[in-house]
Design a protein around this ligand. Structure first.
Ligand code: FAD
Length: 326
């Protein structure tokens, strides 16, 4: 894509290789309980977490939502947690979402605020039916609260199951949204399947470590795939949700909105809490709908590590937090 070096020299290749290595190491660390213990108990960690996570309780989530909505942003709330291993944990996660939705509605924060849900937190890895039942209860509560649910997408081994559950949920709750990841080779075709009327699709690059057999490996290929997928969604009949912080892709999104005559109420931009907040405000000022993905809860480790992996420069926050304590 324009802006990338035309003929990368050895230093650039070396730098790119080092970045890829660092990304792999961080993603591997995200699965290590030993590293998790080390980082979770480090005294400076709280300061870093606070930048990307609203807080640990529902009250923190509500407070941050109120502030974002007052700034003209829409919000999607994620109760942090994934890879649940017992039915009790899955049920507790479902109940947390039911409480959250009641509180959002009671505080008059719906429909500006909706929820994002990881099926793995609802039991998908060990009991698909349980995950579906839990998700259905959350969708019913969202209907009652006058808002929507989006199913987050996790690693590629869960894509078919997640899309199957989405199709079943949409029969009774047609506004349930899905996430598609541009780094997967299958995604352009999935976009065609999901570009129909009433379908809400969040398009992101993808945050997991995936093998070459299923996923594009270079940033350039992922970006090109993102644009192809965006073209399908923006020219379709559904509601595209363009989730990226990438200035070039945001500019292409604005261009496609003009090209396909999509008014700001017929698509939205989405970004993560704590990342490029000034760009989120700028887009709101331009009249676009911008939704901030707002995570909260105790189980922040996997989420934080994925943020560090996609932008190792974020490791600087650890450095700064450490320095300010020494
Ligand atoms: C709302 C939302 C929901 C998501 N849901 C999912 C999901 O369900 N499943 C999933 O796999 N992934 C999800 N993701 C994560 C996504 O897949 C990417 O890993 C993540 O968004 C980083 O990709 P990017 O498009 O921002 O581009 P990147 O390639 O990470 O960044 C591109 C450019 O954006 C700018 N940029 C990025 N970060 C910063 C920063 N911190 N400060 C300043 N500039 C920055 C820089 O210019 C950078 O070069 C979600 C992302 C968002 C925004």
């Amino acid at each position: 894509m324009a802006g990338a070096p035309a003929a990368p020299g050895p230093t650039t290749v070396g730098g790119r290789y080092a970045r890829l290595m660092l990304r792999s190491v961080i993603l591997a660390a995200s699965r290590s309980s030993q590293v998790e213990r080390l980082i979770a108990t480090a005294p400076f960690t709280r300061d870093v977490v606070r930048r990307f996570v609203a807080g640990s309780g529902t009250d923190d989530a509500l407070r941050a939502t109120r502030e974002l909505v007052a700034d003209g942003l829409a919000v999607t709330l994620d109760n942090l947690g994934e890879d649940t291993v017992t039915a009790e944990q899955a049920t507790a996660t479902r109940d947390e979402y039911l409480t959250l939705l009641r509180m959002l509605s009671g505080a008059g924060l719906t429909p500006a605020a909706e929820v994002s849900v990881k099926l793995s937190a609802l039991g998908q890895k060990f009991d698909e039916q349980l995950a579906y039942d839990n998700a259905r209860a959350i969708c019913a509560a969202a209907d009652e609260a006058g808002t929507t649910v989006t199913l987050d997408m996790e690693d590629h081994t869960t894509t078919d199951s997640t899309l199957d559950i989405l199709a079943k949920l949409r029969k009774d709750h047609p506004s349930t949204g899905a996430v598609l990841q541009a780094y997967l080779r299958r995604t352009e075709s999935d976009c065609r399947e999901l570009a129909g009327a009433g379908s809400r699709v969040r398009l992101c690059k993808g945050a997991y470590k995936e093998p070459e057999s299923v996923a594009y490996q270079s940033a350039r290929e992922v970006d090109k795939s993102y644009v192809r997928c965006m073209n399908v969604l923006m020219s379709g009949a559904g509601y595209p949700m363009l989730a990226t912080h990438d200035p070039r892709l945001i500019a292409i999104g604005e261009d496609r909105a003009r090209w396909f005559d999509r008014s700001p109420d017929r698509f939205e931009f989405q970004m993560l809490y704590g990342i490029r907040p000034e760009e989120q405000t700028r887009l709101v000022g331009e009249g676009y709908t911008v939704r901030t993905y707002l995570p909260y809860g105790e189980d922040w480790y996997g989420y934080l590590m994925r943020r560090l992996a996609e932008r190792p420069a974020n490791l600087m926050f650890f450095g700064r937090a450490l320095m300010s304590r020494t």
